[in-house]
Every structure is written in structure tokens, then in C-alpha cells.
Design a protein around this ligand. Structure first.
Ligand SMILES: Nc1ncnc2c1ncn2[C@@H]1O[C@H](COP(=O)(O)OP(=O)(O)O)[C@@H](O)[C@H]1O
Ligand SMILES: [Mg+2]
Length: 260
């Protein structure tokens, strides 16, 4: 009876004859964390771009909590509660780490604008709560020391963690993370794993592109493997890791030592 958070049906996208995504169908159940794996060029980012309506698919449909989002803008989708991050961190480089995190809250506090003008007590309480939450999230991922540093000066891994917690400030119902662990060192990767577990505990539905199989195994309820634009496996982390097509298409190649 419960509908999935995200329903993707028959989605395809070609670029100049290259079939980047080919008839992809899957659900993401509410409150679960689904990992999307696959070699470089498999179509993972293109799929994210379709799901968030940055690209129109050539075929197929996407629903968010049972509502078609085929004709919605990326902004409308964000307002419906689906927030994404990008494969390459997009922090505001001259703003401080804290300011970057707080910026994430602006999606959800539109009503605050006129309240702020009038300087109503409610607005001040809201701002104080946002500040506390931002500081707590910085602390959670071990970035408190960078609170007042320009985000552009932070190490790449820190910038990527910053982007994830900025997304959390918008109170997402569905969070799409495109390779959040790429460029992270071991410490940052374990901060990310802890953060993902906390995000799950908060009841947020997550779809994450991730290559690090030990991270995937520790956090994912479900794993979808893409290769050459097509889903080649969809199941529990264990099932997908042991699927011969996945071993051949992805893990085998990664073990040859080229993939991160
Ligand atoms: N905007 C684009 N224009 C042309 N080709 C693209 C574009 N975006 C992605 N592609 C191609 O589509 C395929 C899938 O890319 P992508 O979705 O980025 O894969 P992944 O994220 O799995 O590495 C690749 O062959 C890529 O070169
Ligand atoms: Mg990608």
C-alpha cells in the first residue's frame, strides 16, 4: 500500500546517438538508502540529471511520492523535497563553511523573508535554530575547525562533506548524492559513512552514486548496478555484489586497479 518515494519508469536518454541511459526502471522505497553503482560512463549522473529534471528524458516518467514530476522544474522538485549534490563539489568558494551550510536552509524558509523584514521574534528564533543545526552538522562531520574558513580554501574532501550537510539543511525528503566519497581520504570517508547512517536514521530517503564497495555494503539497503546505460542488477547489497554480471562489468574492472 505504501508508494515508493521515487518511481522511475522506462527512462532513456541519448546524446548524439550515444545511448547514455536505456529504458531504466526502478523504485526507491521511502526511508531506504539505495546505492547506484557502475563503471565510469555507465549513465549514473545522466540518470540523476533526468530524475532532477536537469535533462528531459527521451522516453519515460519519474514520480516523486506518487506525483509526476515530468513537467516540473528543478526548482519545483527541490521545493517538493528532493535535493541533490553534484559529482564535483559546488560550494560557494568565498563564503565561509558555516555560511555555505546555512545557505542550504534558504530553500525551506521562504516565509522568513517578510518576517525578517519585520524582525519578528519568530524569525529570530528560526534563525537561531538554523544556526544551531548548521553548527551541529559541521561538528557531526568533523568540520567545526573550518567553520569560519573560506569554503574554497578547504580540502576537496571537506568541500564534498560540506555540500552534503548543506543539502541536509533544506530538510530533504529525498536526497540524491552523486559520488560524495570521490576524493575523500579514509577519515573523511568514515565521517561520510557516519553521516549517511545519521541521514537514514532521520528518515530521509537516499539515492547515492558510490564506488566504494565497503561503504556501499555498510550503508545501502539496496544496490542498483548500471552498465552502458542499462540496469544489470537490482537487489540487496550482498546479492548485487555477488552478481556475476556486476563482478564482470564493475567490480572485476575496478579490481584491475584503474577505478577509484
Ligand atoms: N551532456 C552530455 N553530452 C554528451 N554526452 C554526455 C553528456 N552527459 C553524459 N554524456 C555521456 O553519456 C555517458 C554517460 O555519462 P554519465 O551519465 O556521466 O556516466 P557516469 O556518471 O555513470 O560516469 C557517457 O558516455 C558520457 O560521455
Ligand atoms: Mg557520474
Amino acid at each position: 500500500m505504501s508508494q515508493p518515494a521515487l518511481r522511475v519508469r522506462g527512462v532513456s536518454k541519448a546524446f548524439l546517438g550515444l545511448q547514455a541511459v536505456s529504458d531504466v526502471t526502478f523504485d526507491v522505497d521511502e526511508g531506504t538508502l539505495t546505492a547506484l553503482i557502475g563503471p565510469n560512463g555507465a549513465g549514473k549522473t545522466t540518470l540523476f540529471n533526468i530524475v532532477t529534471q536537469l535533462y528531459n528524458p527521451d522516453t519515460g516518467h519519474v514520480e516523486l511520492f506518487g506525483v509526476s514530476i515530468d513537467d516540473k522544474s528543478s526548482q519545483e522538485i527541490a521545493e517538493m523535497g528532493m535535493i541533490r549534490t553534484f559529482q564535483t563539489a559546488r560550494v560557494f568558494p568565498t563564503m565561509t563553511a558555516l555560511e555555505n551550510v546555512l545557505a542550504g536552509a534558504h530553500l525551506k524558509v521562504k516565509s522568513a523573508t517578510y518576517k525578517q523584514m519585520l524582525w519578528l521574534p519568530g524569525a529570530r528564533r528560526e534563525e537561531a535554530a538554523i544556526l544551531r543545526k548548521g553548527e551541529a552538522l559541521l561538528d557531526l562531520v568533523g568540520l567545526s575547525a573550518f567553520r569560519d574558513a573560506a569554503a574554497g580554501d578547504l580540502p576537496m574532501g571537506a568541500q564534498k562533506l560540506l555540500e552534503v550537510i548543506r543539502a541536509m539543511m533544506a530538510h530533504p525528503r529525498v536526497l540524491l548524492l552523486d559520488e560524495p566519497a570521490a576524493g575523500l581520504n579514509d577519515t573523511e570517508t568514515s565521517e561520510l559513512a557516519a553521516l549517511l547512517k545519521a541521514i537514514k536514521l532521520a528518515g530521509v530517503t537516499v539515492l547515492v552514486v558510490e564506488h566504494n564497495m565497503s561503504l556501499v555494503m555498510s550503508v545501502a539497503d539496496r544496490v542498483i548496478a548500471l552498465d552502458a546505460g542499462k540496469i544489470i542488477a537490482n537487489g540487496s547489497a550482498l546479492e548485487v555484489r555477488n552478481d556475476p554480471r556486476v563482478v564482470e562489468a564493475y567490480i572485476g574492472r575496478a579490481q584491475e586497479g584503474t577505478d577509484a
